[in-house]
Design a protein around this ligand. Structure first.
Ligand SMILES: NC(=O)c1ccc[n+]([C@@H]2O[C@H](COP(=O)([O-])OP(=O)(O)OC[C@H]3O[C@@H](n4cnc5c(N)ncnc54)[C@H](O)[C@@H]3O)[C@@H](O)[C@H]2O)c1
Ligand SMILES: O=C[C@H](O)CS(=O)(=O)O
Length: 482
């Protein structure tokens, strides 16, 4: 696979490809090989201010377009992403270490948000309200919120961007994207496709920087930015929320998780093993909705541990560019060391490694299963963000729900049971924004993605997604002669 023109090494502001005013750059490296892929602009606040000014200047004309006109440009962009799927996936794999099959899947998943919101752009319906007096007429309209900034994480270099800019662009809001310094190249590539799709200059902007806290402060403090949508860790989400208070910035926060995966004794165990495997080891365990804790009812605990261990041992490692490889590297040393630290803590507190537990060179680590896990272990309370599955034992439904909810996070959760009444009871009792019932993969553009508690607030995708980038305005017409 060769790069045919989607490797962009400059940032994209106001319809132009530019470097940092300072001339500074930073390297993007391949986590699977350690090789440098490219050097790209290391921007500061003055560069970001230029992007914000360009977006603000483009806003009036863009918001005055009809939803149908915006939809046409978005449809072009969706088509270009799909036409360039292989090259986008290749770029994503070499900069993120995501195995090729998952990168191909992410391009389709990420592009689906543009397809979905191109359609939603034509349906930003308001209301006509039956008037409360004879001489008035009441109408509600929805309008673009204004310039929207997006800060995104490294684990989904394309989909976390399109899940934000899709509703914004559909609503008539120009965007400034700050992709992660670990994986910015895919974001720059889709900026090039956005340019070719026909977005007017200033409507779509991408700034690149290792000075993420400075960029974040500019987004929070600059009054021209009306909306900030962030996806990343909970600690950073809290920083942004406190920084946004002085300007009362509209916020959407998609933050960390600690997903429970409950297996009841009436579950289809083979289906539960399959669901837990794909949900846990997707992107090497580096997704916010990956299973972080597997809770298995006493009667089926040993059967599940045995079958799940065997399934994990069947996962194929190797060259992440090969389409049959399922296990890639961790994103960096910090991620690798966190995995090792969590395993050591668990083993010191009584966990038993049934498979894995060792590094295999570089940033690669064996998919690992820990039996005999307990609530005292760090891995019970924090997302490991790596290929480690701790398996906890429980006795009653009430205990399972208590264990599952015993966390400050509330993003995704999963459980397997064939008892319909139990399914309703448990689904309603789990304190999570999303619940997979006999299913380990739940994310889709047609359903609302998001969490509660310290996993953040707001929803992305679905018919609800655009409302986070729109203002609701009430018009009251008086003096109407009946
Ligand atoms: N809820 C979701 O949809 C979702 C999706 C993906 C990842 N995540 C979470 O993200 C985390 C992993 O991603 P990560 O390591 O990139 O997270 P991170 O919070 O370290 O970084 C996310 C983004 O924020 C930027 N950033 C870092 N510090 C900042 C600051 N002080 N001000 C402004 N921006 C700052 C980074 O450069 C990056 O672009 C995990 O906790 C995972 O659960 C959540
Ligand atoms: O890691 C976070 C992503 O939101 C996961 S998913 O691709 O949306 O399931």
């Amino acid at each position: 696979m060769e790069l045919k023109g989607l490797l962009k090494t400059q940032a994209y502001i106001n319809g132009k490809w530019v470097g940092a005013a300072s001339g500074k750059t930073f390297d993007v490296t391949n986590p699977a090989t350690g090789e440098i892929i490219a050097a790209i602009p290391d921007m500061d606040r003055s560069d970001v201010q230029k992007a914000i000014d360009a977006a603000d200047a483009a806003w009036p004309a863009y918001r005055d377009m009809t939803g149908k006109e915006r939809a046409g440009i978005m449809r072009n962009w969706f088509n270009l992403m799909m036409e360039n799927k292989d090259e986008l996936a290749y770029l994503m794999t070499i900069e993120s270490g995501k195995v090729m099959t998952e990168s191909l899947g992410e391009v389709t998943y990420g592009a689906s948000f543009i397809e979905w919101f191109a359609e939603e752009a034509k349906r930003a319906y308001g209301d006509v309200i039956p008037q409360h007096t004879r001489d008035r007429r009441l109408v509600v309209i929805k309008q673009s919120v204004g310039v929207a900034a997006a800060i995104t994480p490294w684990n989904f270099p394309l989909a976390m961007i399109t899940r934000k800019v899709g509703p914004a662009l559909a609503a008539g809001s120009p965007v400034i994207v700050k992709p992660p310094s670990e994986t910015p190249l895919t974001g720059l590539a889709i900026s090039y496709l956005a340019e070719n799709a026909g977005f007017p200059p200033g409507v779509y902007n991408t700034v690149t920087s290792t000075n993420s806290s400075e960029v974040g402060k500019e987004f929070c403090e600059n009054k021209k930015v009306r909306k900030l949508s962030f996806t990343g860790s909970t600690p950073v989400g809290k920083i942004l929320m406190s920084q946004s208070a002085p300007t009362l910035k509209k916020l959407s926060l998609e933050l960390g998780g600690n997903a429970p995966f409950i297996v009841f004794d009436d579950a289809d165990i083979d289906a539960a093993v399959k669901g837990a495997l794909i949900s846990k080891y997707r992107h090497n365990g580096q997704t916010c909705v990956c299973v972080n804790r597997i809770l298995v009812q006493d009667k089926v605990y040993d059967e599940f541990v045995d079958k799940f261990t065997q399934a994990v041992q069947g996962l194929k490692s190797g060259n992440v560019l090969d389409k049959d490889v399922q296990v890639g590297p961790l994103i960096n040393e910090k991620g690798l060391n966190k995995v090792k630290e969590f395993i050591k803590d668990a083993v010191d507190k009584g966990a038993i490694i049934t498979t894995g537990g060792k590094g295999t060179g570089g940033l690669f680590f064996q998919p690992t299963v820990l039996a005999n896990a307990t609530q005292e272990m760090i891995i019970a309370r924090e997302e490991v963000f790596g290929p480690v599955a701790p398996i906890f034992r429980f006795h009653t439904e009430e205990e399972a729900i208590q264990m599952a909810n015993d966390t400050e996070y509330g993003l995704a959760s999963y459980f397997y049971s064939k008892d319909v009444n139990r399914c309703w009871r448990v689904a309603e009792a789990l304190e999570y924004g999303m619940v997979g019932i006999n299913e380990g993969i739940i994310s889709t553009e047609v359903a609302p993605f998001g969490g509660m508690k310290e996993s953040g607030f707001g929803r992305e995708g679905s018919k609800y997604g655009m409302d986070y980038f729109m203002e609701i305005k009430y018009l009251c017409y008086g003096g109407v002669k009946s």
